[in-house]
Structures are given as structure tokens and as C-alpha cells.
Design a protein around this ligand. Structure first.
Ligand SMILES: [Zn+2]
Length: 695
């Protein structure tokens, strides 16, 4: 009761300070009910979030205080809709904070995040609410739920349980303490990696020490030196600097020094040795508390792979298949180096250098030569036309829809028979207020409520070169595939068909979410399609066949070596987490034992990978690194069906849409995949794609 009083009070307080109209709290007056970006001001967010949180909490209280027996409708569905308005406001705020932020907005984010978290905890740690959810879950067999309803119930219940709702009050406390320690330990891990990365610099003062470095690398080194008020050039362990130096520097001694510094980060100074054990132990304790024997059992339960045995088998099998290719590639580079007068055995600090030299000689394909064939307009037209061919979608510019920056363009997406399907916001060019990278996000997921369907508002954000007065925006080939990739995620959002926002669109298992995006990249490599849009922006000539051949061939350069590395990371990640005990071995020894026969370049004592493996020890990829390769196997296997039936085959596209793109998380990913493909995924298609010469 106390809580309820407090809420009512807050509610009154905010409603009387709301003299000015807050556009975030009104029903938008455009026909799509899209966010009124033209009217939203930064000062609108806080009152809107507070207000919508209050409303949501009241709705949650209505559920918990309902004297009637809990039902699917008065509990599970009511809870799903309780957060509707909060999500709407939060999505606008957090999306803008990535795509168009400011110092004030970042400060505001610091202020709003605790409010939002507090609301989430109000739901997830609410014993009365969980009791009702549990009751519905227990009685589900008598409820005659539709498949979608049953899924929502399952996911809601699991969400509570996986957050500790089923624990005794004492265990809940322990669980909370573990989570807190875990988040602190992860922060410390990142801090150490950053400190170790910054602790090393290679300071060069003689011009001859720069031999082999391209101009941009020299400039980068000069700038870094100037920033440190030093003479000469400075190279660091930040990736662009480190990676470039390893690739281009002819100075083997310096490459060795840098490689060793990079690969021994956080081993001794700024050590992460103890932290790794601590993090692994905390994860294990937390899984044990929730009733799982190993952390991997907990982490994989809701993924497509479902259990550690499947993941381990997947990684080992692919490793076995890939190793001969990787060994052959290394031998080829070794031979090439010898032919150029290099004596002795290739060491890890030689590999990047010699493989880059070999690549230049073999493919002589520069980004600059390709770019004139890939103007952004043409590439966008290509993905739109692909969506029309495969799924009957049409894109009409919708300048009447409000945007948050003049660079943003909106398209109204309609289906075959002209019905409104989605809005697509595209925001292509870099600016100070945008973070780097490329991503897809939504301002609204597709869902239905009170007999009305809300179609999705999808956004595609990138950092491509802005056009000038004389030159259009020209993309590198890797930017072309980035656009295809993100547009694939967009289609997953656009084509969603479901009732509940938490189950539609891209809200799927992590090892499944990259299937719709990665599969689309394949079309960018298909000569039949590539020729239709790769047209020189000045003379209108189609891209020469020879260039297409080189694009395709260079894509698979060192594919085996690269795949072995990715698999090693996946295997290592699993090894740390797939045990009912914390591995006691010293870290370099543990890595050597785990990776054993898959190490193809000489192993160097005193180095390790785990101590700077931030994806797994500071990011969200624990027992999840395998998903990168998993998704590749899926997309290659799925695309193989398009290759067999024709890459523009409407029937295959129809199946992909029906079973994958429209279904979100309404069914298990493995079930959806089987419905599309008629069987489980097999790695053969990926192997054929990476090693086409091999039969
Ligand atoms: Zn992606």
C-alpha cells in the first residue's frame, strides 16, 4: 500500500507541473503515429518518462491487486501492455542518444537510466506479480492458449525465473550480490584492458624506422606523437594503429615487439588473471543458484543451439573441417615469403605482413578503384529493388514524416496490394552527434492492441561519406555489404507479423538474429545482381567482369585462417564456462591445453588471449562467441536454397518470409529454421562458400 501512495503522489506532482504540452505524451498527429521529432525538445524527456513510468506502475499494481483469479488476459497480456508507453518514450530517447546526441543529452541519460532501471526492477522483482504469473503458468494446460499466447506466457515466466524470482528471500539477496559483483568485475576487466592498451607506445624518431608504412599510417603516427607532445611518430595498441603497423612495417624487430606487447596485455601488469577466475566463478555460482549445473546450461537454454553439447560439437566439427585449409594457407604464405627472400619460419608477427604483401600482388584491387561504381543512391536503389523482387515491397519517399535531423530521410513501405507495412528512416552520414558504426533499430515494434495493429517504425543508421557539390556519396565494397547487412535486419523488423511487441521483429535469440542480415550480404556478391547496380557514377558504365571476379576471389582470401581464429575464440569462451568448476590452471597453460592441435602459427610463451577477451569477460558474449560462426553456417545454408532455386525465386523468398522474417520469437528458432529448410542446418554450404575450389 505504501508504494501505491507514493506513486499516486508522484503522479499528481508531475501532472500539475505539466502546464506546457509535452509532444511525447500526446498521440502524434501524423497518420503513421510516428514520433513528432519536429516538436520534441530535450526537456520533454524527463517528465514524459516519469509520467509514463507512473502509469505503467499503476497498471502493474492493477494486475497485482486484482481480486479475480489470475488469467492469461488479466495478468500476462496486461503486463505485456503495461509497459507500452514507457517503451515508446524510452525507445525514442535511447535511439536518439546513439544517432543524434549532445553533451546535455548524455547527462540526461545518466539521470534517466536509474529511473528506467528502477521501473524494470519494480516489475522483475515484484513478488506479488510473479505469484500471479506463476499461477497462470501452472494452469496453462487448461487455458486453451494460441501458440503465440503460450509463447508469451513461457517467455514471461522464464524471464522472471532467470532473474531469480523463484529464489528464497535469502537466496535472492545472494543472487543480487553476485550480480552486483559481476558487473563491477566486468568494469574492472575493461578498465585493465584499456589501461594496458594505453600503457604501451612505440615511439619512433628516425624516418627509416617507418619503412613500409603508407602515408596515412605515418600521419596517424605523427598525430599521436603531437598529442603526447613528442617528436617523431607514436604507434599504439589501438586497433587501427596496431593492425596497420603489423600489416605494413618492414621492421620485423619492431613488429615482434608490438605483437608481444599486444598479446600479453593484462597478463602481468594491469593483470586480469585473478579477475577472469572471479568472473567465471561468479557466473557459475549464479547459474548454480538458479538450478543449473554449469553456466553454459543457463546461458544457452534460450538460444537456438539450446545446450553446450550442441555448441561444442558444432565448434569442433567446423574446426576439424577448417584446419587443413588454414594449414595450406599458412604454408602458401610461408612459401611466398621465402620466394621474396625471407628466411626461417613465419612467426605470428610475420603473418599479417607477408599475407598483406601476397594479397596486394594477387588481387591488386584497391578500394579507390572500386568506389566510383558504388554510389550510395544506386546501392540503396538495389536493396529496395531486391525487397520488391523478393517480397513485393515498395518504398515511397515520405518527406511529410517528421525527422530528428535534416540528413534523415523517411520511406513509406507498402506491400504487394498497397497496404501500409512500415516506415523506414535512413540516416546515412556521419556527424558529431552520432556514434560510429552502423546499426538497425526501431522506434516502434510491430504489435496489435485493442483490435488495432501498429506497424513497425524501423531505422537504419550508418556513417558513410557525405556527398559533396560534385561527388555523390561513394561506398567502399565493405560499406556496400554493411548496407545490405543492416537492411537485412530492417526487413526482419518491417515484415513482422504478430500480436506482442516483445515477441516480434528482431527480438529473437542471439545466435539467430544475424541470419536475416548476413543472408542478404550474399546478394551483393552475385554477379547477376551486382551488374544491375554497380555502375560508374560518371560514365554510367557497368562494373567490368574482371573486377567482379576479384571482389569474389578476395572475399575468401585466408578464409581458413580467419575461421580457425574465430573458432578458437569460440572454443576458449566455451571452455571457460562449460564446467561445474572454475578451471584452476594458469591462463596461458589453460589456453594451450584447450586449443592444442588447432594452433597453427608457433605458440609464444608469455602471451595469452583471455586476459584481454573483452567480448566475453566484459561484454555480453559469454558462452556466446560461437554465435558469429553459427549465424554464418545458418545464412550460408539458407542462401544455398536460394542458389538452388534461383536467387530471385519468389517461392523460396516466400518461405523465408513466412517462417523466418515474419515470425520473430513466436516459435523456437530451430523449429522456424526447420520449417524453412526442411531440415537442420548443415555446415557444408559455408565450407563450399569459403573454399569454392574444394569438392
Ligand atoms: Zn547484424
Amino acid at each position: 500500500m505504501k508504494n501505491l501512495l507514493k506513486i499516486t503522489f508522484l503522479f499528481l506532482l508531475t501532472s500539475c507541473t505539466m502546464t506546457k504540452n509535452n509532444p511525447l505524451l500526446e498521440t502524434p498527429d501524423n497518420s503513421y503515429q510516428a514520433p513528432p521529432f519536429d516538436r520534441i525538445e530535450l526537456t520533454d524527456f524527463k517528465p514524459a518518462l516519469i509520467r509514463t513510468i507512473d502509469i505503467a506502475k499503476e497498471q502493474v499494481d492493477v494486475i497485482t491487486q486484482n481480486p479475480e483469479t489470475p488469467t492469461f488476459s488479466n495478468t500476462i497480456e496486461a503486463l505485456e501492455y503495461a509497459g507500452e508507453e514507457v517503451s515508446r518514450v524510452a525507445m525514442i530517447f535511447y535511439n536518439l542518444n546513439e544517432a543524434h546526441t549532445s553533451e546535455q543529452m548524455q547527462e540526461l541519460a545518466q539521470e534517466l537510466s536509474p529511473l528506467y532501471t528502477e521501473y524494470q526492477l519494480y516489475v522483475s522483482l515484484n513478488p506479488a506479480l510473479f505469484e500471479r504469473v506463476k499461477e497462470v503458468y501452472r494452469d496453462q494446460s487448461s487455458l486453451e492458449l494460441t501458440q503465440e499466447q503460450a509463447r508469451l506466457l513461457e517467455e514471461t515466466y522464464k524471464g522472471f525465473v532467470r532473474n531469480g524470482a523463484n529464489l528464497s528471500p535469502e537466496d535472492k539477496k545472494t543472487y543480487g550480490a553476485i550480480q552486483e559483483q559481476l558487473s563491477l568485475a566486468s568494469l574492472d576487466f575493461s578498465k585493465n584492458v584499456l589501461a594496458a592498451t594505453n600503457a604501451y607506445t612505440l615511439h619512433l624518431t628516425l624516418e627509416e624506422e617507418l619503412e613500409g608504412l603508407p602515408v596515412y599510417m605515418k600521419e596517424m603516427g605523427k598525430e599521436a606523437a603531437t598529442a603526447l607532445k613528442k617528436e617523431g611518430w607514436v604507434f599504439t595498441l589501438d586497433y587501427p594503429s596496431y593492425g596497420g603497423f603489423m600489416k605494413f612495417s618492414t621492421r620485423r624487430d619492431l613488429r615482434e615487439q608490438m605483437w608481444k606487447a599486444y598479446n600479453s596485455r593484462c597478463l602481468d601488469e594491469n593483470s586480469n588473471r585473478e579477475l577472469i577466475k572471479k568472473i567465471v566463478s561468479l557466473r557459475l555460482q549464479s547459474a548454480n543458484l538458479l538450478g543449473y549445473e554449469k553456466y553454459t546450461d543457463y546461458a544457452l537454454e534460450q538460444r537456438m543451439a539450446k545446450n553446450p553439447e550442441t555448441v561444442n560439437r558444432f565448434l569442433q566439427d567446423l574446426m576439424e573441417k577448417t584446419l587443413p585449409h588454414a594449414r595450406r594457407e599458412v604454408a602458401e604464405i610461408q612459401q611466398y615469403a621465402r620466394s621474396k627472400g625471407f628466411k626461417g619460419l613465419l612467426m605470428p608477427w610475420d603473418f599479417s605482413y607477408w599475407s598483406e604483401k601476397y594479397r596486394e600482388e594477387k588481387f591488386d584491387l584497391t578500394e579507390e578503384a572500386l568506389k566510383p561504381y558504388f554510389s550510395l543512391d544506386k546501392v540503396q536503389e538495389a536493396v529496395f529493388s531486391l525487397a520488391r523482387t523478393l517480397y513485393g515491397l515498395h518504398f515511397r519517399p515520405a518527406p511529410e514524416v517528421p525527422v530528428y535531423h535534416p540528413d534523415v530521410k523517411v520511406y513509406e513501405v507498402t506491400g504487394e496490394d498497397g497496404q501500409f507495412t512500415a516506415l523506414l528512416y535512413v540516416d546515412y552520414y556521419p556527424r558529431q552527434s552520432k556514434r560510429s558504426g552502423a546499426w538497425m533499430t526501431s522506434y516502434r515494434e510491430q504489435y496489435k492492441h485493442n483490435g488495432k495493429e501498429y506497424r513497425p517504425l524501423v531505422s537504419l543508421v550508418t556513417n558513410f561519406t557525405k556527398p559533396t557539390a560534385t561527388t555523390p556519396s561513394l561506398l567502399t565494397f565493405s560499406e556496400v555489404t554493411t548496407l545490405f547487412h543492416e537492411f537485412g535486419h530492417c526487413l526482419h523488423g518491417i515484415l513482422a507479423e504478430g500480436s506482442y511487441a516483445s515477441l516480434t521483429g528482431t527480438s529473437v535469440a542471439r545466435d539467430f538474429v544475424e541470419l536475416p542480415s548476413q543472408i542478404l550480404e550474399n546478394w551483393a556478391y552475385e554477379p547477376e545482381f551486382l551488374k544491375t547496380f554497380a555502375v560508374h557514377y560518371q560514365n554510367g558504365e557497368a562494373i567490368p567482369q574482371e573486377m567482379i571476379n576479384k571482389i569474389v576471389a578476395s572475399k575468401n582470401y585466408l578464409a581458413g585462417f580467419g575461421q580457425v581464429r574465430q573458432l578458437q575464440y569460440g572454443i576458449l569462451d566455451m571452455a571457460w564456462h562449460d564446467s561445474d568448476q572454475v578451471p584452476s590452471m594458469d591462463i596461458p597453460k589453460f589456453e594451450e591445453t584447450t586449443l592444442g592441435g588447432s594452433i597453427i602459427l608457433p605458440a609464444i610463451p608469455g602471451t595469452a588471449f583471455s586476459t584481454a577477451f573483452s567480448h566475453v569477460f566484459a561484454g555480453g558474449y559469454s558462452a556466446g562467441y560461437y554465435s558469429y560462426k553459427w549465424a554464418e553456417v545458418l545464412e550460408a545454408d539458407a542462401f544455398a536454397l536460394f542458389k538452388e532455386t534461383g536467387i530471385f525465386n519468389r517461392e523460396t523468398a516466400g518461405r523465408f518470409r513466412e517462417h523466418i522474417l515474419s515470425r520473430g520469437n513466436i516459435e523456437d528458432a530451430d523449429v522456424l529454421y526447420r520449417k524453412f529448410r526442411g531440415r537442420d542446418p548443415k555446415p557444408d554450404a559455408l565450407m563450399r562458400k569459403l573454399f569454392p575450389g574444394d569438392r
